[in-house]
Every structure is written in structure tokens, then in C-alpha cells.
Design a protein around this ligand. Structure first.
Ligand code: NAI
Length: 482
């Protein structure tokens, strides 16, 4: 059981195993390691108190230790109840110089299989800094926007002097947020306002979190500047696509070990994530069908050789269903009721509302049975079963270990650069949502070429002049789409 200190993890004795995997991952994360070397002397994050809310995996451990190597103090929580790798969390809590008996690492609050109540408790712990003047961080590193949401809702309710009752929440998730904020309002009515006052900014990892930031900016409620890391080319065109290409089938395989070849797989959504998912399923020999609402993405899917149709057309005949939309209500209980016996249903989008789990549970006479953690059969009254992965939460992190190190090195190099930008140049970033300059995007890519033996062609000055770009880049206009 966990030794309690200023952290909470499942099992500190896993730290040595975690440390070995962190060491292997470092070799596969050349971007992060190059940034560590580049900034070792300058210590640009000295004075930064970073609260991170991002899947507590081995790759995230390398990110955390990079931030620390650049001078930051860090507190961490996972951004999903199933995504923590307990050995990585243990290694981070123990630290490179500590032991399970004498942990000296980073305060981390994360374990695989949190309840929703525990999840929000962990997020609050990561945001609560015992020795800081405001009681909080001065930077947030977010994935999906939950840490940012808690601060913003806290400030909103403190301004109003009251928070809505938990019973009014439209989801189980939000009920926990309201319960927590009603408690903090009673205990300390200025906690979040005080805490927000010193936050220089947030760097956001994923599509869904970025949507939330732009919405808050539009309605005037955004409290501090944000860097949209997701839309760095070296993030969304790599992590979302090639990362999911790797980890989607990893999750399906570990969960079910079903032969994918020959099966009919439906991928809902053909954005960056959907493109990677469809390719990996096809790579295994599945016959892949795509659903889309956007005519451009639908046409792309068709030109890439996929059948594009509606879920309604194929729900009764397909074997595997994957949602990748970042939208809600994609596969409803009434759809699942029509599926084949032992159809597999999973989501790889950020939140679990793509699949109507509440509707499924509410079908009279339905029986849920756990095959193993994060794999459940749901048996309908007529005896038909379907298999649901990770209870509708992102299956690549729930059923497998998420994206591999090399692709995360790109994402997290962007995260680290974004943290340095916002922390060291606050005057250049009035409250708004920014993307990193293209030159930094190109730098992140450059840091990963050697490891793959890529030889880049050097642009000659006459050629550079002819196409109108500097020899040293950036090589494309901001509107270029890759
Ligand atoms: P995106 O915006 O590029 O793609 C989503 C696609 O879904 C769009 O093309 C959209 O037109 C389509 N769509 C929306 N509603 C639909 C509907 N009702 N039916 C069919 N298609 C629909 O977003 P991206 O980057 O692909 O991300 C998708 C989700 O995955 C987000 O929630 C994001 O945060 C998450 N994500 C998850 C990762 C993971 O490791 N599990 C990694 C990266 C992103």
C-alpha cells in the first residue's frame, strides 16, 4: 500500500520497474533530452510552479523530469481515471535519488482505476501548493482542460458567492466538480480567485481542451493566456495520427486479443485521430468503414480508399466500432442494442460521452460483467453480448499504455517549449489562445530526424529566394496544412 506523503500512488514498490522503463523511454525521446541539454545551464523554468494534469505514463514521467531539469517545481495528476501507469507514478513519487522508504520525487496524485471523486481530489491536490504565496501554481500544463476548468469554475462561483447544487449537474463527472467546489467555497471562499491571480498561463495538449479554451476566450471568461500545443504541426499531425495508429490496435489487442484481420471495423470521425485509427485497422487487414459529418474529411476518407457511410447503415453488421470525434452521443444505447453478438465498442476521443454508457446501463434487464479491469461484456435480455472497452473512456490509455515514447517526444517537446515561452515572456502573451511559432515547430521536428537517420536536403540561397523563404526556415506559410 502507498506510503502517504505529499503524493498518492498505488504502490511505491513499483518504482524500480518504473525507473527502468523511464530510462528506456529517455533514449526514445530525443526531442525532450535535447531540450534538457540545451537549457541545462539557463534553467528557464526556475521559479515556475507547474501543476500538470496529463496521463501519468512513462512518457509523461520523462516530461516531468525534463521540467524539473529546467528548474521547475512540479505537482501532477492524471487527466483520466484509467490512464495512469502505476509504475511510472511510483518512480516519479520516489524520484531518481529516493527509495520507496525515503521518497524524494515529485508530488504526484494518480493511480489506475480512480473513482470520479478521487479523480477530482487528485486534480485539487495537484493544484494546491502548500508553500506558495497564493496556495497554487503559477503555470498549468493541461490535457483536456480539467485543471483549467476547476480553476475557472472555482473563480466563477466565488465571484457569484455561490455554486450550483451538485444535483443540478448534467453528468456524473460534473456532479463531482460541483461537490468539490461547494466544499471549497464553504472552507475558503477566495481559494480559486487567489490561486488564479498568479497563474501566468496554461499549455494545453489536446483537441478537446483546446476547444474549451477557444470557447472561454470567445465568451470573455478566459483568466490567463493559453498556448494551444495540440495545433503545433508536430503535435496533432503526429501524436493524434501516428500515436493512435500505434496505440488503438494495441488497446484492442490487449483487451480482447481478437483477430482484427477480416473483421469489419467502423471508425467514427476522420480527423487526425480517425486517420491514424483507420490506417492501423486496415494495416491489420480489417475492412474499414468511416463515418463523418464534414464533407472534406468524408471525401478524404473516400479517396484514401475507405467506404464512407452512416453508422445506421452498418451498425448491425460490423464487428468493431471506434469513436474518434471529440463529439458527444456518437454511439447510442439504441445502436448498441442493434449490434452483432460480441461486437467490440470503444472510444479513443478524449471524453467518455462519445458512447452512451448511461443509456446502455439503463436498458431494462441488461447485465454488465467484468472480464478483466477495463473490459466488460454487456448482455442484453435476449442473450446477445457486446464488449465495451474502458467503460467508454479512451481505450488506448485504458486498455494499453497510450502512445509510444518517440511520438510523445514531439508532443512533449512542444509542451516544454510552450511552458518556457509563457513563463519567461509573460509580457508577450496577453490573455488569448496562441499557437507556437512555426520556427519552433520546425525545431521540434528537426530534433527527431537524427534518431531516424533522416538526411535533410539543404536549401540553396538561390532556391530560397526563388520560393521566398529564409534558408533557415520557416519553410511554409502559416496557412499551409501539411
Ligand atoms: P479532429 O477535429 O481532427 O477530428 C474529429 C473528427 O470527427 C472531425 O473530422 C469531425 O468532423 C468528426 N465528427 C464530429 N462529429 C461527428 C459525428 N457525429 N460523426 C462522425 N464524425 C464526426 O480531432 P482529433 O484531433 O482527431 O481528436 C479527436 C478526439 O481525440 C479529441 O477528443 C481529442 O482530444 C482526442 N485525442 C485523443 C488521443 C488519445 O490518445 N486517445 C490523442 C489525441 C487526441
Amino acid at each position: 500500500d502507498a506510503v502517504t506523503g505529499d503524493f498518492k500512488v498505488a504502490d511505491l514498490s513499483l518504482a524500480a520497474f518504473g525507473r527502468k522503463e523511464i530510462t528506456l523511454a529517455e533514449h526514445e525521446m530525443p526531442g525532450l533530452m535535447a531540450i534538457r541539454a540545451e537549457y541545462a545551464d539557463a534553467q528557464p523554468l526556475a521559479g515556475a510552479r507547474i501543476t500538470g494534469s496529463l496521463h501519468m505514463t512513462v512518457q509523461t514521467a520523462v516530461l516531468i523530469e525534463t521540467l524539473v531539469a529546467l528548474g521547475a517545481q512540479v505537482r501532477w495528476a492524471s487527466c483520466n481515471i484509467f490512464s495512469t501507469q502505476d509504475h511510472a507514478a511510483a518512480a516519479i513519487a520516489v524520484g531518481p535519488d529516493g527509495t520507496p522508504e525515503d521518497p524524494r520525487g515529485v508530488p504526484v496524485f494518480a493511480w489506475k482505476g480512480e473513482t470520479l471523486q478521487e479523480y477530482w481530489w487528485c486534480t485539487e491536490q495537484a493544484l494546491t501548493w502548500p508553500d506558495s504565496p497564493t496556495g497554487g501554481p503559477n503555470m498549468i500544463l493541461d490535457d483536456g482542460g480539467d485543471a483549467t476548468l476547476l480553476v475557472h469554475k472555482g473563480v466563477e462561483f466565488e465571484k457569484a458567492g455561490t455554486a450550483p447544487a451538485p444535483e443540478t449537474a448534467d453528468s456524473e463527472e460534473y456532479r463531482e466538480v460541483l461537490t468539490l467546489l461547494n466544499r471549497t467555497l464553504a472552507e475558503d471562499a477566495t481559494k480559486w480567485t487567489r490561486l488564479a491571480s498568479e497563474i501566468r498561463g496554461v499549455t494545453e495538449e489536446t483537441t478537446t481542451g483546446v476547444h474549451r479554451l477557444y470557447e472561454m476566450h470567445r465568451d470573455g471568461s478566459l483568466l490567463f493566456p493559453a498556448i494551444n500545443v495540440n495545433d503545433a504541426v508536430t503535435k496533432s499531425k503526429f501524436d493524434n495520427k501516428y500515436g493512435c495508429r500505434h496505440s488503438l490496435i494495441d488497446g484492442i489487442n490487449r483487451a480482447t486479443d481478437v483477430l482484427i484481420g477480416g473483421k469489419v471495423a467502423v471508425v467514427c470521425g476522420y480527423g487526425d485521430v480517425g486517420k491514424g485509427c483507420a490506417e492501423s485497422l486496415r494495416g491489420q487487414g480489417a475492412r474499414v468503414i468511416v463515418t463523418e459529418i464534414d464533407p472534406i474529411c468524408a471525401l478524404q476518407a473516400a479517396m484514401d480508399g475507405y467506404q464512407v457511410t452512416t453508422l445506421d447503415e452498418v451498425v448491425e453488421t460490423a464487428d468493431i466500432f471506434v469513436t474518434t470525434t471529440g463529439n458527444k452521443d456518437i454511439i447510442m444505447a439504441s445502436d448498441m442494442a442493434r449490434m452483432k453478438h460480441q461486437a467490440i465498442v470503444g472510444n479513443i476521443g478524449h471524453f467518455d460521452n462519445e458512447i452512451d454508457m448511461a443509456g446502455l446501463a439503463a436498458i431494462p434487464g441488461i447485465v454488465k460483467d467484468e472480464v478483466k479491469p477495463q473490459v466488460h461484456t454487456w448482455t442484453f435480455p435476449d442473450g446477445k453480448k457486446i464488449i465495451v472497452l474502458s467503460e467508454g473512456r479512451l481505450l488506448n490509455l485504458g486498455n494499453a499504455t497510450g502512445h509510444p515514447s518517440f511520438v510523445m517526444s514531439n508532443s512533449f517537446a512542444n509542451q516544454t517549449i510552450a511552458q518556457i515561452e509563457l513563463f519567461t515572456k509573460p509580457e508577450q502573451y496577453p490573455t488569448d489562445v496562441y499557437v507556437l511559432p512555426k520556427q519552433l515547430d520546425e525545431k521540434v521536428a528537426r530534433l527527431h530526424l537524427d534518431a531516424l537517420g533522416v538526411k535533410l536536403t539543404e536549401l540553396r540561397p538561390e532556391q530560397a529566394a526563388y520560393i521566398g523563404v529564409p534558408v533557415e526556415g520557416p519553410y511554409k506559410a502559416d496557412h499551409y496544412r501539411y
